[in-house]
Design a protein around this ligand. Structure first.
Ligand SMILES: [Zn+2]
Length: 278
């Protein structure tokens, strides 16, 4: 009888330990990205033998369910603060037209900006164009590290994998707001680079030939910087590729016809550039 009771106690103890370990694993793992959240990264044409890699880091405006709304309004999230309006539509069409690999990142840059070096002050911003982001102000270091691990790292790994195949060019597709701090931005598109000026000039020449009415600029409305960029400094410049970060004003591409217009224009310009490369 004593042995039976002892055996029951041992089994109950083991059962409790199993349940406790299982529960703790669940708690410790508590994934930032749940089963019903979108995957952070999508790769289009990943196996195509293309000369180039395309990236759209600010494509999406998803927020992991565990983070709620980040404390921001839908208006802020849906504006240029939350994502690059129209950039994904353009990037997808360029990738399809050129059969080029494209990395698309689905989470809002208010969760983590995937075009910033991870854990630098702008990576998980406290504010964006005068809108505060309460959940980011409150986030501790380990919560920030979770976002890097769950969102930035998979995107970065996807980009890294694509560069295991030798490439000759890299382009990143973004959009910008027509007005910032009361100043209007006249350019329909800007071509950002500091180490591949010839690429920006070639793209502009090609587009201007077809549409001389467009106002195009080099290094406007932004410039490439190690603090505020990731893909261009970390990959395109380091690998010595022809490259450009292409910024399109979002009123040009916030509708399907506009996105199609710019995708076709850029695909033609990129094709001309690629033909001219040694
Ligand atoms: Zn952007």
């Amino acid at each position: 009888m004593k042995l039976i009771i002892q055996s029951i106690i041992e089994h109950l103890t083991l059962g409790f330990l199993f349940l406790y370990t299982h529960f703790m694993n669940q708690v410790l793992a508590s994934p930032l990205i749940g089963k019903t959240d979108p995957s952070p990264v999508e790769v289009l044409h990943g196996n195509k033998p293309s000369d180039m890699v395309l990236v759209c880091e600010h494509a999406g405006r998803a927020i992991p369910k565990t983070l709620g709304s980040l404390g921001v309004s839908a208006e802020v999230l849906n504006s240029h603060r939350g994502w690059d309006i129209g950039a994904e539509m353009v990037a997808r069409q360029i990738a399809n037209l050129l059969e080029a690999p494209l990395v698309i990142q689905h989470y809002s840059r208010l969760v983590i900006d995937c075009n910033r070096p991870p854990l630098t002050p702008q990576s998980i911003p406290f504010e964006s164009d005068h809108a505060h982001i309460p959940a980011n102000i409150a986030a501790c270091q380990s919560e920030k590290a979770d976002r890097v691990k769950a969102i930035f790292d998979p995107m970065n790994a996807a980009i890294k994998r694509l560069f295991e195949t030798p490439r000759r060019a890299a382009f990143s597709i973004h959009s910008f707001t027509p007005e910032m701090d009361g100043k209007s931005r006249p350019w329909q598109a800007g071509f950002l680079t500091r180490a591949s000026l010839g690429t920006a000039e070639s793209l502009i020449t090609s587009i201007a030939k077809r549409h001389p009415e467009l106002e195009l600029a080099i290094n406007a409305p932004y410039t490439i910087d190690n603090e505020t960029d990731w893909f261009i400094p970390h990959y395109a410049e380091t690998l010595g590729l022809a490259h450009c970060l292409i910024e399109i004003r979002n009123d040009q591409i916030d509708h399907p016809e506009g996105a199609k217009f710019w995708a076709e224009l850029l695909a033609e310009a990129i094709t001309e550039l690629m033909e001219s490369l040694p």
